[in-house]
Ligand binder design. Structure first.
Ligand SMILES: [Zn+2]
Length: 98
């Protein structure tokens, strides 16, 4: 897992870098626009910069994407409601951790 080293380094960079990283909360606020490719280039760059150093947000994004795909599949194929709901709970759990 090369992310863990990057994360340790990032902790120092947050202090030393004059330009701070966005927070996990800000990233989560942007996530829908990010997936819809609606973010301006500078915000998208900030999003990617945070993702590069924050494994928990990488996991969050993966779970989120899966949920969006399942939700779309559910809308198309009438998948039982329990399937997306369990993933919603997983996202809520991940959000509490972040
Ligand atoms: Zn994060």
């Amino acid at each position: 897992m090369r992310y863990s080293d990057a994360r340790k380094a990032s902790r120092l960079e947050v202090v030393l870098d004059t330009k701070p990283y966005i927070t996990c909360q800000q990233l989560i606020d942007f996530i829908m626009s990010y997936l819809d490719n609606e973010l301006p280039d500078d915000q998208r760059a900030e999003f990617d910069r945070h993702m590069a150093v924050c494994p928990s947000c990488v996991d969050y994004l993966k779970t989120y994407e899966k949920t969006v795909l399942l939700a779309k599949a559910a809308a198309d194929d009438q998948v039982p409601a329990e399937v997306p709901e369990s993933l919603v709970q997983a996202i809520l759990a991940a959000r509490r951790k972040a």
